[in-house]
Write a protein that binds this ligand. Structure first.
Ligand code: GDP
Ligand code: ZN
Length: 298
């Protein structure tokens, strides 16, 4: 039997999808319990009330988390199987953000793809094509598309089919536009739940899960705009860059951080062009962020 699934969060209130498909609003028991979109939970109806009460969270397969400003880790979504990072020519691409998300995907153990949106504005330049090819070389799927022109959206649809996906990226790259195009032909009972919840249409939704027409779902979370993975050691960062982890096996020191150590196979791979120098810069920046974070200065 499947347990109720959290499909939308409005601060401490949630929309749940029950095993039979029915959707209800719920409150959370106690302050310590913090369910997020994608969580499976234990829940029970409250006598004489339309709402349910969430009493426990099932163990998570993974969680997308980030450090918040108070030095604590904030969980944005749970039990994902896919992460799609969106970028575009406008606002100009910040590939370091893309790398941070891809690092998070690696740490969660989910597949990831890099989506380049707004191709209707201009043909992607050589730098963009080269960068996307670097991602392909590492093993990430990449895709050029336009939410506005509707181009290549079937390919995106196929990529996300049957996944529990989250769409992330800088503000303004077109995440909401892509999600709207993707889900327009699917049944969206979630909207009914939020409207019927008495919260009104325009209450801030923390995040919401939307069904995809080919099966699976995509999570839209405003929290994902500014992002750094909550890495707390160099080994995490290395695992977050698969090509660095791969070449790093041949370094002289097994705990090589690929900075100034002698006989570093990663440095050699950058020299020979097997590892992109730009990705290596991202790796070093994230290593620095991680150091600041663990020293409480982030
Ligand atoms: P988000 O912040 O990533 O969710 O981005 P939005 O979906 O809100 O889009 C930001 C702006 O980019 C809006 O003005 C959209 O109309 C526009 N936009 C989104 N996708 C495309 C696209 O494929 N082409 C063009 N030209 N504009 C787009
Ligand atoms: Zn090394």
């Amino acid at each position: 039997m499947t347990t109720p699934l959290v499909i939308a969060t409005f601060s401490r209130r949630m929309a749940l999808q029950l095993a039979d498909g029915e959707q209800v609003m719920a409150r959370v028991k106690g302050k310590r319990l913090r369910p997020v979109c994608g969580d499976h939970v234990d829940a029970e109806p409250i006598a004489n009330e339309p709402e349910w009460l969430i009493t426990d969270i099932s163990p998570r397969r993974n969680e997308l988390s980030r450090p918040n400003t108070r030095g604590k880790v904030e969980i944005l979504a749970a039990n994902l199987s896919f992460l799609a990072v969106v970028s575009a020519d406008s606002p100009s691409p910040d590939w370091f953000i893309v790398d941070r998300y891809l690092c998070a995907a690696e740490l969660m153990g989910v597949s990831a793809a890099v989506i380049f949106n707004k191709t209707d504005l201009a043909e992607p330049g050589k730098d963009t094509i080269d960068t996307l090819q670097d991602y392909e070389r590492i093993g990430y799927r990449t895709l050029l598309c336009s939410a506005k022109a509707g181009s290549n959206l079937e390919a995106l649809q196929e990529l996300l089919a049957d996944q529990m996906a989250i769409i992330v990226g800088q503000s303004g790259v077109g995440k909401s536009s892509l999600i709207n195009r993707l889900v327009e032909s699917a049944d969206q009972p979630t909207a009914a739940v939020s409207e019927g919840s008495g919260e009104g249409r325009h209450t801030t939704v923390n995040s919401v899960m939307l069904a995809l027409p080919n099966g699976g779902a995509v999570i839209d979370s405003p929290g994902v705009r500014d992002y750094a993975p909550s890495t707390d050691n160099a080994q995490d960062v290395i695992r977050g860059f698969p090509e660095i982890a791969r070449f790093g096996i041949d370094c002289k020191f097994s705990d090589c951080r690929h900075l100034r150590e002698p006989n570093c196979a990663v440095k050699a791979a950058i020299e020979s062009g097997d590892i992109s120098a730009r990705r290596y810069e991202s790796y070093k920046r994230l290593l620095n962020l991680t150091r600041q974070l663990t020293e409480g200065r982030y």
